[in-house]
Ligand binder design. Structure first.
Ligand SMILES: [Mg+2]
Length: 265
């Protein structure tokens, strides 16, 4: 029997459930405010839990890497297996109906793993150090993701990328995705990045040249609406490590990849 997506998601959620037990204020799945009288989960303990989850080890260059036999890797393998079975089935149905099936991937921590940056910065975002890190174009793959991108393509499914990286980071993103073997449709017609200075017309509800006011959900769902309504594709699946990658519709199915290291509203 095929495991439902819900079951897969529940499996992943179990990983953080231990932390959640200690207080509703813990910023895990979808919770971002500390509004209870419980003491929040101890941050030192949480950092240890995150290391255990990723099986974090420093490689010979001192770069922090996730372990391929970690709980994180196992959660991803389960999700990938479900996604492959679903893509195979949904692609055949779409082709049968004469539709053009597509899949959409977020990039950061959906395809390219930022664990080394997060650990090094104590899980605190800084735009300057983040930009330096991205521009090195040397992030490892999220386990299984290059294979999943290529699998979708092999089933006649159009691959698109929908990322909050800026247009100025495009060359680095392309180079890094090539390096990990996700070398599918890395052109500007398939890779949507944020161009705040010159936003596309289809985002006019929240952005005009010189005035960017889109939330992540508006930007990402507006881009998916463009892929469906303007470009004529049927998005059968949307992959992201943040709920803001997935909310807002325009996808038949969503896949939430695990990422306990930061939260993007
Ligand atoms: Mg991401």
């Amino acid at each position: 029997m095929r495991k439902s997506l819900k079951a897969v998601a529940a499996g992943a959620a179990c990983v953080v459930a231990g932390a959640a037990l200690y207080g509703a204020g813990t910023a895990t799945a979808g919770q971002s405010t500390a509004n209870s009288t419980h003491e929040p989960y101890n941050i030192g303990q949480l950092v240890k839990d995150i290391d255990t989850y990723y099986g974090t080890t420093a490689d010979s260059n001192g770069v922090y890497q996730a372990s391929p036999d970690s709980p994180y890797a196992k959660d991803l393998a389960r999700l990938d297996g479900d996604a492959r079975r679903y893509i195979d089935r949904a692609a055949r149905k779409a082709h049968h109906r004469g539709e053009q099936p597509a899949v959409v991937f977020d990039i950061d921590d959906t395809l390219l793993l930022s664990l080394d940056y997060e650990k090094r910065t104590n899980y605190t975002y800084n735009p300057t150090t983040w930009n330096d890190y991205v521009n090195k174009a040397d992030r490892p793959a999220v386990f299984g993701s290059p294979e999943l991108v290529r699998y979708a393509e092999s089933k006649g499914v159009e691959v698109f990328y929908n990322s909050g990286l800026s247009d100025a980071q495009r060359a680095a993103a392309v180079e890094n995705l090539k390096k990990i073997g996700a070398d599918v449709n890395l052109d500007a017609d398939h890779m949507f990045l944020k161009d705040k200075a010159n936003p596309p017309a289809y985002l006019k509800d929240c952005a005009t040249p010189g005035a960017w006011n889109c939330t992540t959900v508006q930007y990402k769902s507006g881009t998916r609406r463009h892929i469906e309504d303007d470009l004529g594709y049927e998005i059968i699946a949307n992959f992201g490590d943040q709920y803001s990658d997935l909310d807002g519709g325009y996808a038949d199915r969503t896949y939430k990849l695990p990422n306990p290291t930061y939260f993007v509203a």
